[in-house]
Ligand binder design. Structure first.
Ligand SMILES: *Cc1c(COP(=O)(O)O)cnc(C)c1O
Length: 426
């Protein structure tokens, strides 16, 4: 469920008319709904009520300071994958003591920064990393809290670029080697064993792989609890969202009650909580996309229409530098016009950006509203892995980001200027 809806024929975010907003701030423009972030967060914690748990929002999904700030206010922790992300969390008022540091390539500098801020935990991805963390901790007279990321070797059944829990992925430590790595960690003087971690992939639309992974890892977790007295089990993120806007704005409750629902927090919690409860450990969750994905849209203006021999192209002012998901892993975004009436005439077209790459498209051969030059459209569900993956490719300034709260409009990030593009260059 989200807060983007037509009102009197114009797309609104909460109480704000997006046509007027786009005219005032220009396009391409990211727009976020504060209420949607909060609703998503609450739906998940409420579904897990009764299970001792903590949400650690995955910062890489959407790391705008305003977004991190509003999640910090809700009591969220943070899953970080770089020193820069920890810096953002701290600047946004988040608590470093609720931060878990993941990722296969942490540098000594990042480790040291995280130790100074006394983060909750380092999620260990290799023995070499474990040893470096021990050494860095020794150097500054600290003890590093750690969890080992277990690779359970299950198929997340998602796009191969966002699957992370199979033996051939670069992530985590093989299940079979885990006990030995924990024993090694126990012998390192500046390491303190705190928990177990796993994360099998992103945009999972079925609960089955989560169940498989949890069932596979639970015996190990129980063993580690008795041997090393661990405190928590982090089951990672990965809850998928519905990228089809019609479904996403519809009755999630309806889906929850039907036989084959898409993955909802209720289904997720009903399947996982009973299995996890008996461990008697704190359960950590690291949702990114689930919290932020449908809380944002990217507004873009149609510049030209071009009818080729084989295809119709609608050329818009946003490109793959602003939103790379379709080009990177065939990510889908619903495309709707800001004026509802524009949807009454349909056409089959490609919506493409201005970038000099054939991969620069938002959809191909899709039936959609027959919008025209100067019309503004919304690329839906662009709240996760969207702005955070934006670049300056083709020397295009990064778009602005707006956070809406009821009728209140906050420029959460200013649009870059051409001067900003060259400012760091000597
Ligand atoms: C990316 C990531 C997440 C978040 O994944 P989502 O699919 O956005 O929920 C959680 N944990 C780790 C370790 C990650 O790398």
């Amino acid at each position: 469920m989200h807060q983007f809806h037509y009102r009197k024929g114009i797309l609104h975010c909460e109480e704000v008319n997006l046509q007027a907003l786009a005219e005032e701030h220009g396009t391409p423009l990211y727009v976020y709904s504060a209420q949607t972030f909060r609703d998503n967060y609450h739906r998940l914690t409420q579904a897990l009520e009764g299970l001792d748990h903590q949400i650690a929002y995955a910062v890489k999904a959407n790391s705008n300071l305003s977004v991190l700030g509003l999640l910090a206010e809700l009591g969220s922790g943070f899953d970080i994958v770089s020193g820069g992300e920890l810096f953002r969390v701290i600047k946004a008022g988040g608590d470093p003591k609720l931060c878990s540091f993941a990722g296969v390539g942490k540098t000594a500098e990042e480790i040291s920064y995280a130790l100074e801020h006394e983060i909750h935990c380092f999620n260990i991805e290799s023995v070499a990393e474990l040893e470096l963390i021990n050494k860095v901790a020794e150097g500054i007279g600290a003890t590093a809290p750690i969890a080992v990321r277990i690779n359970p070797n299950v198929d997340a059944r998602t796009h191969e670029y966002i699957s992370t829990g199979k033996a051939e992925n670069k992530f985590g430590i093989d299940y079979a080697a885990a006990s030995e790595v924990y024993q090694h960690a126990a012998n390192l003087p500046h390491i303190q064993i705190k928990g177990v971690q796993m994360h099998i992939g992103s945009q999972l639309t079925s609960v089955t792989p989560f169940v498989e992974a949890v069932e596979r890892v639970i015996p190990l977790v129980a063993e580690l609890k008795s041997v090393h007295d661990i405190e928590f089990f982090s089951i990672g993120g990965g809850i998928g969202i519905i990228y089809d806007a019609a479904l996403a704005s519809g009755q999630q409750d309806w889906w929850d009650q039907h036989d084959e629902p898409p993955l909802s927090p209720v289904v997720y919690a009903n399947e996982l909580a009973p299995r996890l409860q008996s461990l008697g450990l704190k359960i950590l969750l690291e949702p990114g996309r689930y919290i932020s994905g449908n809380a944002g849209v990217l507004l873009t203006t149609c510049l030209y229409e071009k009818k080729g021999h084989a295809k119709t192209f609608k050329i818009v002012d946003a490109g793959m530098n602003d939103l790379i998901r379709p080009a990177l892993y065939q990510g889908h975004h619903e495309i709707i016009p800001l004026r509802e009436d524009d949807a009454s005439t349909r056409v089959t077209a490609d919506v493409v950006g201005p970038i000099c790459e054939s991969g620069d498209f938002f959809c191909q051969d899709r039936e959609l509203a027959d919008f025209k030059a100067n019309d503004i459209i919304a690329l839906m569900s662009a709240g996760a892995y969207s702005f955070t993956m934006a670049s300056n490719y083709n020397s295009r300034p990064l778009p602005a980001e707006i956070l809406i709260e009821g009728t209140q409009v906050t420029v959460a990030r200013q649009r870059q200027s051409w001067d900003d593009l060259i400012a760091p260059e000597l």
